[in-house]
Write a protein that binds this ligand. Structure first.
Ligand code: ADP
Ligand code: MG
Length: 389
């Protein structure tokens, strides 16, 4: 496997530009995908969260963009507004750092002002990033021309192929050239997604850079056992015991998100809810407050949190045991992204503990039982001994 960006056939300016982000060595998924994408192959690629999938597709695409031609040549589709903005920001950063003065990009997402997006399209971007709904809307309004699109990326591909997105994805693909290239990226690609992909992709190369069961090594997994009614109390104690400055709390049930945030704020724990219905601007403010430390806990649903890349995230807290190993992986994968130490803590009811045991053997990780004693996270045994004294 080629282990240098300079030997992968990328535009040299991009490789130099990456240095400004202190990115010097390609990750496995980048080494494996970049040339395939440059060869115009369709691919289905998966690698664990935080392994650099965004650049794995952006670098070759930016290399292939013809900056003399002023029409859309590449479309990146992603499931959430945040993810689209994140990818867009990475493009802008590359454009700036590599000084690609003639490359324009646009982010096209619902909930944001469509007129502004139309104005942006008048500047003739070569690459657009967006959600399926808004992109389709702009195509139908004839504000977005897709006849020259050579590459379509489906980021978080398994979500792009779910019932909510699949029809729109197909509709968008249909508006593009027959010989377009489609590339799919996700941390997990299930058999259903593969089947649907076969309808759209041409002899795709399947690239797996990491086994599904790979979780970042630098993450510590722990759990607390308590009755359902005591969960919030345990969360509060954990928050103070660990002095958490930046953590994400996951709930299985969307309806409880706002409520939990209110209760925590009532107890002076600075938190904010983030879920599908949160308005666009509000979401951006919340994420900024979170990144800047004005909010310590983000209370989130699985859907909005997918793919978020937030630095210095120290804790992932599951208020309920996630419903599947995939979800455990996706939640845990929000943390420890740049090799930082992080803790994934699950607050489980006695009846949920057996599911944790399943994840533990599936991922070959130790999920250690802990208790909170005298304001500190401690081993359960020691506490029992102390109590006996
Ligand atoms: P994924 O989509 O696989 O979950 P991202 O593309 O969001 O991961 O990347 C995660 C983080 O890793 C980002 O902060 C990104 O800047 C960084 N990153 C990407 N490629 C490299 C690399 N080759 N070396 C170091 N850091 C990288
Ligand atoms: Mg990603």
């Amino acid at each position: 496997m080629i282990k240098e960006f300079s030997n992968l056939g990328l535009k040299p300016e991009l490789v130099t530009g990456l240095l400004a982000q202190e990115i010097t060595v390609p990750t496995d998924i980048q080494s494996l995908c970049i040339q395939e994408i440059l060869d115009k192959k369709d691919i289905i690629a998966s690698s664990k969260t935080g392994s650099g999938k965004t650049l794995a597709y952006l670098l070759p695409i930016m290399t292939m963009l013809n900056d003399a031609e002023r029409h859309v040549q590449a479309i990146v589709l992603a499931p959430t507004h945040e993810l689209c903005v994140q990818v867009y920001k990475q493009i802008e950063l590359l454009v700036q750092n590599a000084e690609l003065k003639n490359i324009r990009a646009a982010v096209l997402i619902g909930g944001a002002n469509i007129n502004r997006q139309m104005d942006r399209l008048k500047e003739k971007p070569q690459i657009v990033v967006g959600t399926t709904g808004r992109i389709l809307e702009l195509i139908r309004l004839k504000k977005l021309t897709t006849h020259f699109v050579k590459t379509i990326v489906l980021d978080e591909a398994d979500r792009m192929f779910d019932v909510k997105n699949i029809e729109s994805v197909k509709a968008i693909v249909k508006t593009t050239l027959k010989e377009r290239q489609i590339i799919m990226f996700s941390a997990t690609i299930d058999s259903e997604t593969k089947l649907r992909a076969e309808e759209l992709l041409k002899n795709p190369s399947v690239i797996v850079a990491n086994k599904l069961s790979d979780l970042p090594q630098n993450i510590e997994h722990i759990y607390f056992e308590c009755e359902k009614r005591d969960k919030i109390e345990v969360l509060k104690k954990l928050f103070y015991a660990e002095n958490i400055t930046r953590g994400i709390v996951f709930l299985n049930n969307n309806e409880d998100i706002e409520n939990l945030s209110k209760r925590l704020n009532y107890h002076s724990i600075k938190s904010a809810p983030l879920f599908g219905e949160t308005l666009k601007n509000e979401r951006r403010n919340i994420l900024n407050d979170f990144k800047d430390g004005r909010i310590n806990l983000l209370i989130a649903s699985d859907i909005v949190a997918r793919g978020l890349d937030i630095k210095d995230l120290s804790h992932i807290i599951n208020i309920n045991v996630p419903e599947s190993s995939d979800l455990y992986l996706h939640r845990a994968g929000r943390a420890g992204r740049a090799g930082e130490h992080a803790i994934v803590a699950t607050i489980a009811e006695p009846s949920e503990v057996r599911y944790l045991k399943k994840f533990s053997s599936f991922f070959k990780i130790n999920i250690a039982k802990k208790v909170i004693s005298q304001g500190e996270v401690a081993e359960p045994k020691k506490v029992e001994k102390n109590n006996k004294k």
